[in-house]
Design a protein around this ligand. Structure first.
Ligand code: CA
Length: 231
């Protein structure tokens, strides 16, 4: 899923430059030209992060930031303030108003993208799409490491792909045919019972440290991962 960023900036050229760069970097981009529009977009589209210009017509970026922080539903929404001012006092005011970071214009778009990614990683690790979490199970997709309650779980490549599929769609029931299709691929001829063999291996691996079985067998249908509450 693409991370969604809301750019709140009244200067069109600046807004378009940002839109272009974030779009190119794989973000889903929204642009609001003033505070009122920003609140509408925040409520309707639930962005993952807001890039907020300090100088907006009418209402200042600082006050937009404070208002977002004051509302329960946007209290934790990551906000990066953009400003032409570079004085230390402004920086402090920006951060005191609740912004997660503060970037002074002019900046390199690539630098801003990196700052946005850093804030997103801190705020919502799942968005970086490098980590999947279900209850006490964590999959790191870049290092291929899997842990349960922090202890390592060793999986073969097929079990890794199976678990990934389950963790990307918790609670969904997959038939054996669907698992074959998604994990082994359409063109490979594998018997259906091969799926059962690998499910058994996955179950065993996930139970290495004596934890509960979270793979549910749905009789006559297939398998699902029981979504677990995060402790
Ligand atoms: Ca402005």
């Amino acid at each position: 899923m693409k991370p969604r960023v809301l750019i709140v900036e009244d200067e069109e050229a600046q807004a378009e430059l940002l839109r272009y760069n974030f779009d190119r970097e794989g973000f889903d981009v929204l642009v609001a030209g003033d505070a009122d529009e920003a609140f509408v977009y925040v409520d309707e589209h639930q962005p993952d992060l807001v890039l907020l210009d300090w100088m907006l017509p009418g209402v200042s970026g600082i006050s937009v930031c404070q208002r977002l922080r004051a509302r329960p539903e946007t209290k934790a929404l990551p906000i990066i303030m953009l400003t032409a001012r570079g004085e230390e006092g402004d920086r402090v005011r920006g951060l005191e108003s609740g912004a997660d970071d503060y970037v002074v214009k002019p900046f390199l778009p690539s630098e801003l993208v990196a700052r946005v990614r850093a804030v997103l990683r801190r705020a919502r690790p799942a968005l970086s799409e490098e980590r999947l979490t279900s209850g006490d199970i964590v999959m790191d997709l870049s290092t291929h490491r899997v842990t349960r309650r922090g202890k390592p779980i060793h999986l073969g490549p097929t079990e890794f792909r199976l678990l990934r599929l389950f963790m990307e769609r918790p609670d969904r029931v997959f038939s054996r045919e669907q698992l074959l299709d998604k994990v082994w691929g359409r063109d490979i001829h594998v018997e259906l019972r091969t799926v059962d063999v690998h499910i058994r291996r996955l179950r065993k691996a996930l139970g290495t440290h004596g934890d509960d079985d979270v793979i549910r067998t749905v009789r006559g249908t297939g398998y699902a991962l029981d979504a677990m509450p995060v402790n």
